[in-house]
Design a protein around this ligand. Structure first.
Ligand code: OAD
Ligand code: ZN
Length: 256
């Protein structure tokens, strides 16, 4: 399918935008070689993702949870940002403080590509959080074994990841909502948009005028290989790999 008319429409909307917010999901890292969650029936070695990414799963078997996260950590340590990540980093340079990248990803690839205004809704793979004293530490992406301990208090540490049933970090969520509320164009990229509250940002971008009368609904551009759950809010849908579509959009914005 020829995507160029949709790409042209996205470029036009972006060139008119004063402020841009982006929500990314696992799909933006797929071309780097990071597996998405819902591709293989949402299973990891026979375990439901929810079982290795929930407080219940952790209570039941913290060894299994650490095995899962060590694999994800080493996987991410071996991959590189792809052209989609780099295009988003270039866009931040264009819009500066009016460009906010909200991500559900925990792989740190946006920061490695050069984005600085990144709001990590679901935590980060490189950080651990002590189950005793709450200390949060950047441990890089090495394999930590299945019984990693806090250097301060000796208790077991867990991945600093927001699991199913847990709340999002308050300040980060506030920033994400603010950026969404203030943007003229909202890009939703590589997410199935089924996990809330993150997916609710798309609706917020569209319905901000219901809260402050004079605000127009933001224009929503979706980039995915297939329409997501929030397709009803999408003004322009570009259905192709983000690592190919985003550099084309960047090129078009620059040509202006
Ligand atoms: P999903 O695995 O649910 O969705 C990945 C999306 O990326 C799908 O919509 C794919 O169609 C799309 N996709 C795949 N390859 C792509 C490509 N090359 N270019 C563009 N799109 C592509 O991942 P998320 O939506 O990120 O939460 O999942 C949301 C949350 O659920 C995750 O943050 C994680 C997970 O469980 C926690 O860990 C708390
Ligand atoms: Zn501790």
């Amino acid at each position: 399918m020829d995507l160029s008319p949709y790409i042209a429409e996205a470029i036009k909307l972006l060139r008119e935008a004063k402020s841009v917010a982006v929500l990314t999901g696992a799909g933006v890292s797929a071309e780097s070689g990071v597996p998405t969650f819902r591709a293989s029936d949402g299973l990891w070695e026979g375990h439901r993702i929810e079982d290795v990414a929930s407080p219940d799963g952790w209570e039941r078997d913290s060894n299994l949870v650490w095995t899962f996260y060590n694999l994800r950590r080493t996987n991410v340590s071996e991959v590189q940002p792809n052209p989609g990540h780099y295009a988003l980093a270039e866009m931040e340079k264009i819009w500066g403080e009016d460009f906010n990248l909200i991500t559900q990803n925990v792989d740190g690839l946006h920061q490695r590509a050069g984005n600085t205004r990144v709001w990590e809704l679901h935590g980060a793979l490189n950080r651990t959080e002590c189950t005793g004293c709450g200390d949060i530490v950047d441990q890089g992406l090495t394999d930590l074994g299945t019984d990693p301990r806090c250097k301060k208090c000796g208790d077991l540490v867990r991945p600093n990841i927001v699991w199913f049933g847990e709340s999002l970090p308050h300040e980060v969520w506030k920033k994400a909502q603010e950026a969404t509320f203030l943007c003229d164009v909202f890009l939703v990229i590589g997410t199935s948009a089924v996990v809330y509250p993150a997916a609710g940002l798309v609706r917020l971008a569209k319905q901000r005028g219901d809260i402050v009368g004079e605000l127009q609904p933001a224009k929503v551009i979706e980039i995915n290989i297939t329409p997501s759950d929030v397709v009803t809010y999408v003004d322009v849908g570009i259905y192709g790999p983000s690592g190919e579509v985003l550099p084309k959009i960047l090129e078009g914005i620059r040509k202006g």
